[in-house]
Design a protein around this ligand. Structure first.
Ligand SMILES: Cc1cc2nc3c(=O)[nH]c(=O)nc-3n(C[C@H](O)[C@H](O)[C@H](O)COP(=O)(O)OP(=O)(O)OC[C@H]3O[C@@H](n4cnc5c(N)ncnc54)[C@H](O)[C@@H]3O)c2cc1C
Length: 396
């Protein structure tokens, strides 16, 4: 009987994994023994990191997205539909269309949802760059501000040891903001204050997520006159007074509040009832080595949906995808998983508009900062403008 491997989510994790699965299982696919299906609720695939650049007036919408089907190998069965019910015990998916799909193996890569409405007043009073429309709105503000105070804050999930999306993005955008305002000639009249919450989930109370980076990067901020402080955990926002209020009892005024919003898993994942995460955040309990959903041998989880203490980043998906493909092939061919994820993530941090800093880390070794250089910036531009699409296609 044909084995059905279903991948849910047409973001970076799901797209590269569907493509990689066909490569890995090619003999079985051409013999008609395995069918790989990708289910996604959007006909478009967005290069999400580009939203960060949208906030600075770069990247038109057509540049940062592709038709989902155009990124998939021809052997993949692409289904445009939404999973409303994950029935893990029955190995079954219930769809918005009313269809029901059964699977032998499942990969869940449904990402996370920015949810500013989870903090009182933030939706009305704050801005962010984690989705396209809010990033455009932020661009309108920072491209017209002449003087005042831009207050930057970071919100972590309440689930212990689960980070916010893309650990380095708030720092990257703060450096870009500094340069953008300099180019506009208004930097001297605009104060930038970067803050970090008291409980930064990864135990180390750092400004920039990990120990080594937090020792180096504040001096970069100092050189640019960016003020910074720890211990500001946003509790609520008073949009009328333009004041951010912290759990620690402080009030900070702002003209623009750029706040990394709370995040959560998508509704269907939360409603599956499998997650034990507090505050209905919905992160799926994931085996940190095999990437299997705890208690379900035939289900794998990746990307932003996991409950692991590892960056919610495309650079994580890039290393998780081969592990999942090898483990599905292992289960199919030999009845056991064969590879372990070591927590590896790699990225090139955007350090201002032109420079880039390659970095990598895993479960055991923190980020080791490297010099920010123009070469690093070229690598990042190359990734933004082209290499990303090859990664999604499973070619790089
Ligand atoms: C502003 C910004 C900057 C970033 N910068 C970087 C960076 O520099 N480097 C880096 O590595 N990462 C970065 N990231 C993070 C990176 O984009 C995410 O970690 C990555 O997209 C996660 O991939 P994913 O497959 O888990 O989820 P996503 O890419 O979010 O994809 C989820 C997919 O699932 C689909 N879906 C959701 N629910 C359902 C459902 N019920 N049924 C069917 N389909 C569904 C969605 O339509 C979507 O296609 C950044 C993110 C943002 C927003």
């Amino acid at each position: 009987m044909i084995k059905n491997v279903v991948v849910v989510g047409g973001g970076i994790g799901g797209t590269m994994t569907a493509n990689n699965l066909v490569s890995k299982l090619y003999p079985e696919v051409v013999r008609g023994e395995v069918r790989v299906t990708l289910v996604s609720n959007s006909p478009w695939h967005y290069y999400k990191p580009a939203f960060m650049y949208v906030a600075f007036g770069a990247f038109y919408k057509e540049e940062l997205r592709r038709h989902q089907a155009s990124l998939l190998r021809p052997e993949i069965n692409f289904v445009l539909d939404q999973v409303d019910g994950f029935e893990f015990t029955e190995s079954r998916l219930k769809m918005s269309s009313g269809n029901v799909y059964e699977y032998d193996y499942l990969v869940v890569s449904t990402g996370c949802i920015p949810s500013p409405e989870r903090i009182e007043g933030l939706q009305e009073g704050g801005d962010h760059f984690y989705q396209h429309a809010p990033a455009r709105k932020l661009f309108e503000k920072i491209s017209t501000i002449e003087k005042g105070r831009i207050f930057v804050g970071v919100t972590f999930p309440t689930t212990p040891n689960v980070p916010h999306q893309c650990g380095i993005a708030p720092m990257e955008t703060t450096l870009m903001l500094d340069e953008f305002l300099r180019q506009r000639g208004v930097r001297d009249q605009v104060e930038i204050v970067y803050t970090y919450p008291t409980v930064s989930q990864l135990i180390r109370n750092c400004l920039f997520l990990q120990k080594d980076t937090c020792e180096v990067l504040p001096s970069v901020f100092d050189m640019k006159g960016i003020k910074h402080k720890r211990g500001f955990t946003l509790k609520n926002v008073d949009p009328d007074r333009k004041v951010a209020i912290s759990e620690e009892g402080e009030e900070e005024d702002f003209d623009i509040l750029i706040q990394t919003p709370p995040i959560r898993a998508v509704d269907a994942v939360i409603d599956s009832g499998v997650s034990q995460a507090p505050n209905r955040e919905g992160w799926l309990p994931t085996d940190r080595q095999s990437l299997q959903l705890e208690g379900y041998e035939n289900v794998f989880v990746m990307g932003d949906t996991v409950d692991l203490p590892i960056s919610k980043a495309g650079g994580s998906c890039h290393n998780q995808s081969p592990v999942i493909c090898n483990n599905i092939a292992g289960l199919m061919r030999w009845g056991k998983t064969v590879e372990e994820y070591d927590g590896k993530v790699q990225a090139i941090a955007q350090m201002g508009m032109e420079a880039g800093m390659p970095l990598w880390y895993d479960y055991d070794v923190d980020v080791i900062p490297t010099p920010a250089t123009k070469i690093g910036g070229l690598m990042r531009k190359g990734f933004n403008r082209g290499v990303y699409w090859s990664v999604a296609r499973g070619l790089v």
